[in-house]
Design a protein around this ligand. Structure first.
Ligand code: F6P
Length: 363
């Protein structure tokens, strides 16, 4: 008797709008076109360590296109090669990768689809090298993954941040204040750059261009002199002054990437208010940028990437990630994607355009 083909899907790292749309696309294509059985792994690699998974029926993945988060759950703490056990002084790390490999074998799937950012894909690449058939889909609101022009989730995060900047704009104008909007993005400035330009930020601060507080103060004062008695600053959580450091919000000891950034807007706010005597307020958008329904652009992208992942499985192109190049969906090696974060080039055309319309980058 012919054996039913089966695949497994997991979503790892920080959650991201559009993840459910990818799960839906992968599972629906696998079920409809190839009659495959689809297994959903719970909470990223955590589920493969603790044998937590379930069969995804057609009905489970129907009606989830527009829903934020991930129906499978996720974790940004479970690297099986350095898995954190215990807490506080008892915290220690163990390599449980062999357990994961054994569990995947027991599952009997022909491929594991990993939806993740650079952390998850770094781990996935190691498993692929150990013989696990894997294909990947690029996920992160930060847009900082190599090998793809864009990741799904980014457009939604930019929309949320832009709406916040628009709302802050009117209150800044009414109160003649400096308003600082702090966005996520880790050590890459994509989110701040795109939402800053879309929201007409007067000053955009990104990690790739360390700032000089004097330039920022000068810009605010110049605007004031021109009769613009308010200013909007869009700052990336990873922005830092020339020769200075990022502001660390939290250290998460049991996470592979331990540093959580946040709070730069408060440091800047104090400095700007003191130097300009203009009242300054700040808004930290935080996890709002990761929540809720994906934009139409992200739904479309997620559907294209998810269906491409199944094409890769059909072509037995394991070790590859579905990726965006221009208007096309193509494939790059997971190895390429996992090489570490992709920063904004300082000569990026959008920076040039923003400078041309008078935006200050703090340099
Ligand atoms: O990578 C996505 C992201 O939202 C970053 O922009 C941010 O720095 C980080 O995750 C926050 O992580 P956590 O959800 O653990 O606070």
């Amino acid at each position: 008797m012919k054996r039913t083909r089966s695949i497994a899907i997991l979503s790892g790292g920080g959650d991201c709008p559009g993840t459910n749309a990818v799960i839906r696309a992968v599972a629906k294509k696998a079920i409809i076109q190839f009659g495959m059985e689809v297994i959903g792994i719970e909470d990223g690699y955590e589920g493969l360590i603790h044998r937590r998974w379930r069969k995804l029926h057609y009905a489970d993945v129907s009606g989830i296109l527009t829903i934020g988060g991930t129906i499978l759950g996720t974790s940004n703490k479970s690297d099986p090669y350095r898995y954190a056990i215990g807490e506080g002084k008892k915290l220690h790390f163990r390599d449980v990768s062999k357990t994961v490999i054994a569990n995947i074998k027991k599952l009997g799937v022909e491929c594991l689809v990993c939806i993740g950012g650079d952390g998850t894909l770094f781990v996935s690449n190691k498993f692929y090298k150990e013989g696990v058939p894997i294909v990947a889909v690029p996920k992160t609101i930060d847009n900082d993954l190599r090998g793809t022009d864009v990741t799904f989730g980014f457009d939604t995060a930019v929309s949320i941040a832009t709406e916040a900047i628009d709302r802050v704009h009117t209150t800044a104008q009414s109160h003649h204040r400096v308003m600082i909007v702090e966005v996520m993005g880790r050590i890459a400035g994509w989110l701040a750059l795109y939402s800053g330009v879309a929201g007409g930020g007067d000053i955009i601060l990104i990690p790739e261009i360390p700032y000089n507080i004097e330039s920022i103060v000068r810009k605010v004062k110049d605007r004031n002199r021109m009769g613009k008695r308010f200013s909007i600053v869009v700052v990336s959580e990873g922005a830092k002054p020339i020769g200075g450091n990022v502001v660390v919000r939290q250290i998460v000891k049991n996470s592979p990437e331990q540093v959580r950034l946040g709070g730069i807007s408060f440091v800047l706010g104090d400095q700007i208010e003191r130097a300009t005597c203009i009242e300054t307020r700040q808004v930290v958008l935080g996890h709002l940028q990761r929540g809720g329904t994906p934009t139409p652009t992200d739904r479309v992208l997620a559907t294209r990437l998810g269906t491409k992942a199944v094409e890769l499985i059909e072509a037995r192109q394991f070790g590859y990630m579905a990726a965006v190049k221009g208007n096309d969906i193509t494939a790059v090696t997971i190895e390429e994607a996992a090489k570490g974060p992709r920063n904004v080039p300082v000569e990026h055309p959008l920076i040039t355009s923003a400078r041309a319309v008078g935006t200050c980058f703090g340099d």
